[in-house]
Design a protein around this ligand. Structure first.
Ligand SMILES: *Cc1c(COP(=O)(O)O)cnc(C)c1O
Length: 297
């Protein structure tokens, strides 16, 4: 079992005098560096790796990947070796993300973008680590095992009392994990942070049993130009949101999520009597790449 700090639910309903109940699940409190949702996504993979007696975890990601750091941290906690296959040439100065991964003793291998697109594992890896001891996790933790950790989370925090659960979406594995356990009165809504990623619908359906395919909704209008793209309006919103709630957000995922929810509330999207749970999935370490002074927190 991967362990983490305590998480909780905050209500922001009265701060904004919303007519709808709006609660926030603070997975960002789980760890200062590791995105909250990543622990839960990795749980099923690490359980399987341990059950199979594997000693080394290998996964893929870019220089700013929250998934890479989370995998490194979880492996270290469970006394497993970890390997990160990183997209592109080794940069002259490492990103904070990769520095953190190395601090968790992840061994990094850089491959060309072309080799990365084929998810090629360099020969050098197998010279150092016997291939039969390696357990491979997909880029971003996408896959059916990624759903398993969300079942306990759902139960522990009584998600069943909400009509809508909202989450930022990259690979959609977190959204699928929540959809798989959601009940009939609930709608799971995903805010895609990639531009025009319309294959997402099908990628998520592939992770779900057939009866669950119509239980989630994806919104594609809140990406602000694409993955990790921003506009002044987003920073402005994130700063305002922080001044009112003292909840920090990141500019890649959760800033866009909260912006979207506020926009939907303004447009009366949710029927009367709705109660919303917004999943704050963390990702705050990514804000280190912003210029000083951009954010007030
Ligand atoms: C990875 C990540 C997500 C997206 O999770 P998926 O399961 O890939 O959709 C959302 N928020 C944060 C902060 C993340 O790091």
């Amino acid at each position: 079992m991967i362990s983490f700090d305590s998480i909780r639910i905050d209500s922001i309903t009265s701060l904004y005098k919303f007519h709808t109940i709006v609660d926030v699940l603070r997975l960002d409190l789980a760890h200062p560096v590791i995105s909250g949702n990543k622990w839960f996504k990795l749980q099923g993979y690490f359980d399987e790796a341990l059950a199979l007696g594997k000693k080394t975890i290998l996964t893929f990601g870019g220089a700013y990947s929250n998934h890479i750091v989370a995998t490194a941290a979880a492996a270290k906690q469970l006394n497993l070796y970890s390997i990160g296959i990183i997209r592109g040439e080794q940069p002259k100065s490492l990103s904070q993300t990769l520095i953190n991964a190395q601090e968790y003793e992840m061994e990094l291998f850089y491959i060309s973008r072309e080799a990365y697109s084929r998810k090629e594992i360099p020969e050098l890896v197998f010279e150092k680590f016997p291939s039969k001891e390696i357990y491979i996790i997909n880029e971003g933790g996408y896959g059916v095992n990624g759903l398993k950790g969300f079942e306990q989370l759902y139960k522990d925090h009584h998600f069943s009392k909400y009509t809508h659960i909202l989450v930022a979406v990259g690979t959609g594995t977190t959204l699928a994990g929540l959809t798989a356990v959601a009940q009939d009165h609930q709608q799971i809504m995903g805010i895609s942070v990639l531009k025009n990623n319309f294959s997402l619908q099908q990628e998520i359906e592939q992770l779900l049993p057939p009866g669950k395919h119509n239980r989630f909704t994806l919104l594609h209008d809140y990406h602000f130009g694409g993955y990790a793209k921003v506009k002044g309006e987003l920073f402005h919103f994130m700063n305002d949101f922080y001044s009112t709630t003292f909840i920090p957000t990141d500019f890649v995922y959760t800033g866009k999520l909260f912006f979207a929810v506020f926009d939907l509330l303004k447009k009366d999207y949710f029927p009367a009597g709705s109660s919303l749970l917004i999943i704050h999935s963390g990702g705050l370490q990514g804000n280190h790449s912003l210029r000083n002074g951009t954010l007030i927190f």
